[in-house]
Write a protein that binds this ligand. Structure first.
Ligand SMILES: Cc1ncc(COP(=O)(O)O)c(C=O)c1O
Length: 406
């Protein structure tokens, strides 16, 4: 029987394959140190949980909410942009609350894409950046996931040679998975290019608050002159306040794009449960020391990861931001590709990482290591990795024929 049209456009999640190996190892009693998925392990701050509990007991909060978010939540997001970026937003027309930024991104793609439309998406990148558009019937043309001249050369070639002309470009800095950061000059150039070539820009700023260079917090694309003419930006409470399961995010910026998103959402959802929106407003309006504390925890983990893995023989470049390190696969194992290497690491070292291929073909020489286990566990992972690398020749001798047969 032939596969459904939409399902054909969604190959099985690569990460599932590592998850299966992980589950089998756990079933056999292994203690797996899981640095794979970017699933924050830190607790949501108490004052946010308390606000949720209080709101749950209030009358009428059980009713359907509003799909673009309650006014108080949209006002809180506008206040955050004013405070953090010096960007003024109209909460009524320039802010839409979403069920996590992933939902917002996917429904924005749905809202603006006609079948066959070409969209420029970074590779490697967080999967929804490409698959949101593929699901909507669009076509992806890859651009490098970097801020350098090669990015702009790729954009120029794309507008010159794509038929039809591209409708939009996606940016994601601090990048998942590469952890590369962008400065405001980059966004100015992107906006200038987009205006010149009639492109929309979708900027994913999920890691706005997870950065390690105090003097250079990640900027918003909306700080660039003219950005409101072409750009929408997505942010999330998932990482900032360690609220990944709550599903609260935002799209802000260009009014026409946001009106399209709000229209699609009005047919699909009634917004998050009102107490979640009330507590999310309290998060954004509340004290910022919890954000600083979490940032410090990620920074310590990063330093320990870079130091301990480096000494174990697995050099990991130190990320400037995000909760990930993007590490080239150790030389001896590189030809296996990132999926086989990641499976081996689970089987032999009991350490799970995300294979770079899961973020696109240009990620296959890397693995992504998430800072989602505590310092003790990261050191433990490094010890395991050291033993794994010490026996590399033997492992490769035994497993390469097996890997080829898989
Ligand atoms: C770059 C990026 N965008 C979006 C998301 C999804 O965030 P949310 O939980 O808000 O849907 C993630 C989650 O890992 C991410 O890394």
């Amino acid at each position: 029987m032939s596969e459904f049209h939409s399902v054909r456009r969604l190959p099985p999640y690569v990460f599932e394959q590592v998850n299966r190996v992980k589950a089998a190892a756990r079933k056999a009693g292994a203690d797996i140190i899981d640095l794979g998925m970017g699933n924050p392990d830190l607790p949501t701050p108490d004052h946010i949980n308390e606000k949720l509990i209080e709101a749950v007991t209030k009358p009428r909060t059980n009713r359907y909410s509003t799909s673009k978010g309650i006014p108080g939540l949209r006002r809180a997001q506008a206040a955050y942009y004013a405070r953090r970026f010096g960007v003024k937003l109209d909460p009524d027309t320039q802010v839409v609350a979403t069920l996590g930024s992933k939902e917002g991104f996917a429904n924005m793609a749905q809202a603006i894409t006609a079948p066959g439309d070409v969209v420029l998406a970074p590779n490697p990148s967080y999967p929804i950046h490409a698959f949101g558009f593929l699901m909507a019937g669009g076509v992806i043309r890859n651009v490098p996931a970097t801020t350098g001249p090669e990015f702009f050369h790729a954009l120029e070639r794309a507008v010159m040679h794509s038929i039809p002309k591209p409708i939009a470009v996606v940016t994601c800095f601090p990048s998942n998975p590469t952890a590369e950061v962008a400065d405001i000059e980059f966004y100015k150039d992107v906006v200038r290019f987009a205006k010149q070539h009639d492109l929309f820009v979708l900027s994913d700023l999920a890691y706005s608050e997870i950065y390690f260079d105090e003097n250079n917090p990640p900027p918003s694309i909306l700080e660039a002159p003219g950005a409101f003419d072409v750009a929408v930006e997505f942010t999330s409470l998932s990482k900032t306040f360690s609220m990944p399961g709550w599903r609260v995010g935002f799209a802000v910026g260009n009014e026409r794009l946001l009106a399209a998103l709000a229209r699609v959402k009005s047919y699909l959802d009634y917004g998050a449960y009102t107490p979640i929106q009330v507590a999310a407003s309290a998060a954004l309006n509340g004290p910022e020391d919890c954000i600083v504390e979490m940032r410090e925890i990620y920074r310590k983990r990063r330093d320990i990861l870079v130091d301990s893995f480096g000494r174990a023989g697995f050099p990991v470049p130190s990320p400037k931001a995000s909760m990930f390190a993007w590490a080239p696969i150790p030389e001896k194992f590189r030809s296996l590709g990132s999926l086989e290497f990641s499976k081996l690491l689970v089987e032999k070292a009991h350490v799970a990482v995300a294979p770079g291929i899961g973020f696109g073909e240009h990620g296959d020489e890397y693995v992504r290591i998430a800072l989602v286990e505590n310092e003790h566990r990261i050191r433990q992972a490094a010890r395991s990795v050291r033993r794994f690398l010490e026996t590399a020749d033997e492992t490769l001798h035994n497993v390469v024929p097996l890997a080829a047969a898989r």
